[in-house]
Design a protein around this ligand. Structure first.
Ligand code: ADP
Length: 190
């Protein structure tokens, strides 16, 4: 696939503040557009096709894999597939927009390898594992069991931080946002 435009990749251990930072940046950069992933899992709750995900059957997903329609995809433990369609990236670039990826750490590293200098990869780092745990508790969206699972995974994720172009420590939120803005402005002006 020809790289027709730019992309910015955000990855972080869950609870680092990635969503908070990206939401703020979306207000400041109107040309940013999220890449919508495709998945073979069923929609949950109020999720809508073409907004939250492109929902495909397992067969449709595998047909698109065979037809080389994905830039990257993965099958997780329970057989559910997730991936990024090339057509989705083209759609955003054709509008002249910059693609924002909010992906797990391994997905972020893979995308950076595929797109090289067209991509800017940013790792949002918590000040410490203990602060990460406290933020997850404070967010109030996960059970203690889920929180401990997220914290346990964070150790591995943090060990991958130096594979990203930039690491932003999210201690004081305003500082992390302005540091991220600066990184993005430099990248967009290159
Ligand atoms: P992620 O998207 O990385 O999982 P969130 O953006 O949901 O993380 O942030 C996790 C929690 O931490 C939220 O409750 C958020 O309001 C809070 N938070 C984010 N950044 C900071 C910060 N710099 N200081 C204190 N709390 C923060």
């Amino acid at each position: 696939m020809q790289a027709a435009g730019k992309l910015i990749i955000f990855s972080a251990p869950s609870g680092s503040g990635k969503t908070t930072i990206v939401k703020e940046l979306l207000k400041q950069f109107p040309q940013f557009e999220f890449s919508i992933s495709a998945t073979s899992r069923q929609p949950r709750g109020t999720e809508q096709n073409g907004i939250d995900y492109f929902f495909l059957s397992h067969e449709e997903f595998k047909q698109k894999v065979a037809a080389d329609e994905f830039i990257e995809w993965e099958e997780v433990y329970n057989g559910t597939c997730y991936g990024t369609l090339k057509s989705e990236m083209t759609r955003i670039w054709e509008k002249g927009n910059v693609i924002i990826f909010d992906v797990d750490v391994m997905g972020g590293i893979n995308l950076k390898h595929i797109f090289g200098d067209s991509a800017c990869s940013i790792f949002i780092m918590p000040p410490s594992i203990e602060v990460l745990r406290q933020r997850l508790i404070g967010r109030g969206t996960d059970s203690m069991e889920t929180i401990e699972k997220r914290v346990a995974k964070a150790g591995f994720e943090l060990s991958k931080a130096d594979e990203f172009d930039h690491v932003v420590v999210n201690d004081i939120l305003e500082d992390a946002i302005s540091q991220t803005q600066e990184i993005i402005n430099d990248f967009l002006n290159k």
